[in-house]
Design a protein around this ligand. Structure first.
Ligand SMILES: [Fe+2]
Ligand SMILES: [Fe+2]
Length: 456
């Protein structure tokens, strides 16, 4: 076994070494790659993927260490180490082109010590389709971590609202910490953090809504290139924007249908109430308080509390307003069905320039993509998939994993598909997104889980 595996990797090393001496099309470059693929194939029939890692200076393929190093193997390892590749995962479906482009990437890349995400992006650019540089466990870890961070933030909101109800000031330091964690996770794995905002829990609406608005506001703040502290301020305001609603009777908040004039007058008090509550909290900046106060003041200066003509509205308050609107539209409430992200964005485009800031609506749309991560989509092949990642740079198609085949049967393992792949007989894309699928039709699917499993 060791010999066979060492042989496979050595072939890649040989191709890489010869690449330094001959043009890419030369048989001494191409033949080893073809041979390597032929030798990898039987393994890939058995396993969905093969992982090659460097552990303590030793090359390890699927847990088998390779000790007999040749000069070509050494070169191969040295290049992986210099670029910063943590692991190489060969996926089922691997083609000669993938291996060739990978060897070219190792040969041509000058940068050293790149982060894994950047290497992955460069590989995609180079046309490598079935080779990844991070392990699925690591990606799953990101989702587990994101879920934990999300759960902690929900806990902080629950506590804050409970404190207000019992007449205490909530702990501002706890809110600040929860928001910083979410902000950090957004920078580390944006898709993982954003995917969680699509998980709606009807019973826990207020708590999840607060956390979602915080995350979505920070995603927009990031697109605005705000410095970290400003992003955190926006995130804290998002987390606490509706804290003033604790002063309202519960049945009023949950009331289905239209409100009476008097009831609406009550609701309109919550931004000021929130501003007042934040004033009693530790670790809360004035800016953050104002964002809470102003989150229902609209772009066209309607809304509530109605600003005086000379009143200057904090620009970032509109970030909260946009995130608030999107999350409310995509959530099922007692008086409204949940819209898909596309329907919500369409409604918001119509409000842009009127009640919503048009630039911020555009930024939200851009930061979510046309098909936000976690959206279920129907493909032209009649397969159903889940969006697992935003489009690669320069491309318009998101990454999609198929979870139901054309007959509606669930797949045991979600299969990543390339939407830019053409059908050779027509030259047109083999799969296009026809539209979104209501996830309520498939309640057994854990979207977060699929995204975690399938993101490549
Ligand atoms: Fe509100
Ligand atoms: Fe809200």
């Amino acid at each position: 076994m060791e010999g066979a595996i060492a042989g496979i990797v050595r072939l890649l090393g040989t191709s890489l070494k010869n690449r330094g001496l001959y043009p890419a099309s030369h048989p001494l470059v191409r033949n080893p790659v073809e041979k390597c693929l032929a030798e990898l194939r039987p393994f890939l029939l058995e396993l969905p993927e093969l992982a090659l890692t460097i552990t303590d200076g030793t090359l390890v393929l699927e847990g088998v260490p390779i000790f007999q190093l040749s000069s070509s193997l050494e070169l191969f390892m040295a290049r992986l180490g210099a670029i910063g590749v943590p692991a190489v995962i060969f996926e089922r479906g691997l083609a000669v082109e993938d291996l060739e482009s990978f060897v070219r990437f190792l040969h041509e890349t000058k940068e050293q010590g790149l982060p894994a995400a950047e290497i992955q992006e460069l590989l995609s650019h180079a046309g490598v389709r079935h080779i990844r540089v991070t392990t699925t466990e690591e990606e799953e870890d990101d989702f587990t971590l994101a879920r934990e961070i999300y759960g902690n933030a929900v806990g902080v909101v629950v506590q804050a609202l409970q404190d207000v109800r019992s007449g205490k000031a909530p702990n501002g330091a706890d809110c600040d910490r929860a928001v910083r964690e979410m902000n950090g996770m957004l920078s580390r794995n944006r898709d993982a953090m954003l995917a969680l905002t699509l998980i709606k829990n009807f019973d826990e609406y207020t708590y999840n809504h607060s956390v979602n608005v915080s995350i979505l506001s920070m995603a927009v703040a990031e697109s605005l290139s705000l410095p970290e502290q400003e992003r955190v301020n926006v995130g804290v305001a998002g987390l606490l924007h509706d804290v003033g609603k604790t002063q309202l009777a519960l049945d009023l908040i949950r009331k289905p249908g239209t409100l009476t004039v008097e009831e609406f007058e009550e609701i309109k008090k919550h931004p000021e109430e929130g501003y007042f509550i934040l004033g009693k909290m530790s670790n809360i900046l004035d800016k953050t308080r104002y964002m809470v106060r102003e989150h229902h003041m609209r772009f066209d200066r309607t809304g509530y509390p109605r600003p005086e003509p000379e009143y200057r509205v904090n620009h970032h308050s509109q970030v909260i307003a946009v995130a608030d609107c999107y999350d409310a539209l995509t959530t099922m409430r007692s008086y409204q069905k949940a819209r898909t992200p596309q329907q919500a964005l369409e409604i918001m485009r119509k409000l842009a320039g009127k009640s919503l800031d048009p630039d911020l609506v555009l930024l939200l749309e851009r930061s979510l993509g046309v098909y936000p991560v976690g959206t279920m989509v129907r493909l032209s092949t009649m397969e159903v998939g889940v969006v697992t990642g935003s489009p690669e740079e320069g491309k318009s198609n998101p990454r999609v994993a198929v979870i139901f085949d054309r007959a509606g049967n669930p797949l045991s393992v979600p299969g990543a598909v390339d939407l830019s792949e053409a059908d050779p007989s027509t030259g047109k894309p083999r799969r296009v997104i026809l539209g979104t699928v209501n996830p309520l039709l498939h309640p057994t699917v854990s979207l977060g889980g699929v995204v975690a499993l399938a993101s490549a």
